[in-house]
Design a protein around this ligand. Structure first.
Ligand SMILES: Nc1ncnc2c1ncn2[C@@H]1O[C@H](COP(=O)(O)OP(=O)(O)OP(=O)(O)O)[C@@H](O)[C@H]1O
Length: 581
């Protein structure tokens, strides 16, 4: 069932460049027909040589025809390759763009359900395998089907009885192939699983190297990689051991065609049912016929591998993305956020439970609570990183699911702890694809307290970040990310407060930058350090996905509940640190 639809998908994908592919297939067939030409001429030359008076003129002209055919075949073969490759790379480009574009529509859930290794393998390797199918196998298949048909039809026409003899090795070889492919689909699925595992262990091993080194875990992780590589090697050894005998039988049977033709043809020749020329032609063409047939059967083995890969590509391309709403928002919005009886679970466990909360326009609300109480999740739900299962979230009374995704993203800025930097200049890292001018970027950077730092760099705003450029400290990245948000100037802000600052100077600069950023915005601060949120409009205390208290600092301190308890613990920790220092 799945196999069929994966095949359909392959045809559909290839169909986008069908004219080029038809041409490639036609040229490929012509080139294979031309490939038979030299055999026929060879046969005629042999016949000529057997004649009593050999005409060297005739042989010479046949030799010239053979060379012309060989050259023409080469040209036609090249043309077929050019058409199929142009088609393949056009399709591959489209598929890759589509896959990458489509991925951005998935909610974060997709990326927790699939490893980076898996996604990378699909976009790079599985799509690349389609190139093999489109550029090589479609034209090869066309000629592998057409050539044996032409040859066998001709042989049947010459002498159908002797031609039927050729079917004996074919039927036997076919049976051995069937035995070889039994359970192939399962094996191919296992092969792809192993390859993905191999990919993700490599990525994990390299990406996590610094953390693992710090914890002395690199040996363990290396062991994971080693084990997966071993498993992969064992898989191939098993497959080879299992299929090698059957493949050997297949090859022998296919090549045994002449074993049947020589004696049976010989007997027929001796009893006068065929003449010598027919006998010679059979000997020559049956070898050609069986080789093309071998190609056709071998195609089957590559094909099941390809279908499995095509299935993976489909999984990404046809995976339902997050449905964007179609409502647009006013240029200027109030920025009121309401959570109406929302319930959310990542998997089975409810992380947010029937929660309701209203955040008035331009108010700053801090979410506090023990680790794992759902603060980050609640913040991310506003940007539809995930969709709630029950209830709804509204902005100015409009359900966020109904708002156009681009509009929603335009109205919300996120400042996370884990800041992603593009491998680009600082200017572009602050601009983040917007068309804001350099002056505006500089203004935002000044407000974010990062301008002086940038100006002290050798290339200023044109300094490259990333692998080939400079590295930033955590606090500097934080200020760049604040500059991004100031420049974007969205009315709503979701801020995941950093847990620790590298130094006092950085800390005071970041606090100053945040004050500018938060001015006149509706903001949700996911708070980890209680003293930074003492003055916000409302503090919401979460525990196991529920609001247990809310109010301002003084109210909550007097209430003597969880908030007070968190403060007591916090004071104790701070005193400990100070005492220890
Ligand atoms: N991507 C995810 N997939 C599955 N479960 C998740 C995911 N992210 C968080 N969780 C779980 O959801 C719960 C709430 O997590 P969340 O990060 O929202 O809490 P938090 O209050 O922000 O915690 P912290 O203060 O430690 O950052 C936790 O039990 C966590 O394990």
């Amino acid at each position: 069932m799945e196999r069929k639809s994966n095949f359909k998908f392959l045809l559909e994908v290839s169909g986008r460049e069908k004219n080029k592919l038809y041409l490639a297939a036609i040229f490929s067939v012509i080139s294979s027909v031309f490939a038979i030409g030299p055999y026929i001429l060879m046969y005629n030359i042999i016949l000529e040589l057997f004649k009593e008076s050999v005409s060297y003129e005739k042989i010479k002209s046949m030799a010239i025809i053979v060379s012309v055919i060989v050259v023409m075949r080469m040209i036609i073969f090249l043309a077929s390759g050019i058409f199929s490759h142009v088609a393949a790379f056009t399709i591959l480009y489209e598929l890759r763009m589509k896959a990458v574009e489509h991925i951005s529509k998935f909610n974060m859930g997709f990326f927790t359900g699939h490893t980076i290794g898996e996604v990378k393998k699909t976009i790079n390797e599985d799509i690349e395998k389609l190139e093999n199918f489109i550029a090589h196998q479609i034209p090869d298949l066309a000629s592998a089907v057409v050539t044996p048909i032409i040859v066998i039809s001709y042989l049947l026409y010459l002498n159908w009885k002797l031609a039927l003899v050729l079917f004996i090795p074919i039927i036997l070889a076919f049976l051995s192939q069937m035995a070889m492919f039994k359970g192939m689909k399962k094996r191919m699925e296992h092969y792809h699983e192993l390859l993905e595992k191999l990919n993700s262990t490599i990525i994990q091993y390299i990406n996590g190297m610094n953390v693992m080194k710090a914890f002395n875990l690199s040996a363990k992780s290396f062991k994971n990689y080693k084990d997966t590589t071993e498993e992969y090697a064992e898989y191939w050894i098993d497959i080879t051991m299992e299929s090698a005998p059957l493949y050997g039988v297949f090859l022998v049977l296919i090549d045994s065609g002449l074993l049947f033709i020589i004696p049976i043809g010989g007997i027929m020749f001796l009893n006068g049912s065929i003449n010598s020329s027919t006998y010679i032609l059979f000997l020559i063409l049956s070898a050609n016929f069986l080789t093309s047939f071998k190609q056709l059967l071998e195609f089957g083995s590559k094909f099941s591998m390809l279908l499995e890969g095509a299935g993976k590509v489909r999984n990404i391309i046809e995976q339902e993305g997050q449905v964007s709403g179609n409502r647009t928002l006013n240029e200027v919005i109030e920025g009121k956020i309401e959570f109406n009886n929302i319930t959310f679970k990542y998997d089975k466990k409810e992380v947010i439970k029937d929660l309701s909360l209203t955040i008035e326009p331009k108010n700053i609300v801090a979410l506090v609570g023990p680790s794992g109480s759902g603060k980050t999740t609640l913040g991310q739900l506003v940007g539809r990183f995930w969709d709630v299962q029950e209830g709804n979230i509204t902005i100015d009374g409009i359900d966020i699911k109904h708002i156009k995704m681009e509009e929603l993203m335009d109205k919300i800025s996120f400042v996370f702890q884990n800041i992603f930097m593009l491998q680009d200049t600082i200017l572009e890292n602050i601009r983040m694809g917007s068309n804001k001018s350099e002056e505006e970027v500089i203004k935002a950077s000044k407000k974010a307290q990062i301008h002086d730092f940038i100006m002290a760099l050798p290339d200023g705003y044109n300094t490259l970040l990333g692998e080939h450029g400079i590295k930033l400290s955590g606090g500097e990245k934080q200020r760049i990310s604040i500059a991004r948000a100031i420049l974007k100037d969205s009315p709503i802000l979701i801020l995941d407060e950093v847990t620790s600052y590298s130094d006092i100077e950085n800390e005071s600069k970041i606090q100053e930058a945040l004050r500018t950023l938060l001015k006149d915005k509706t903001a949700i601060i996911i708070a980890h350090r209680l003293y930074t949120i003492k003055n916000v409009d409302k503090i919401v205390v979460l525990e196991e996905g529920k609001i247990v208290e809310q109010g301002d600092h003084n109210y909550l301190m007097n209430k003597n509940g969880l908030y007070r308890h968190l403060w007591d613990m916090y004071d104790y920790e701070v005193a400990e640190v100070k005492g220890g220092a």
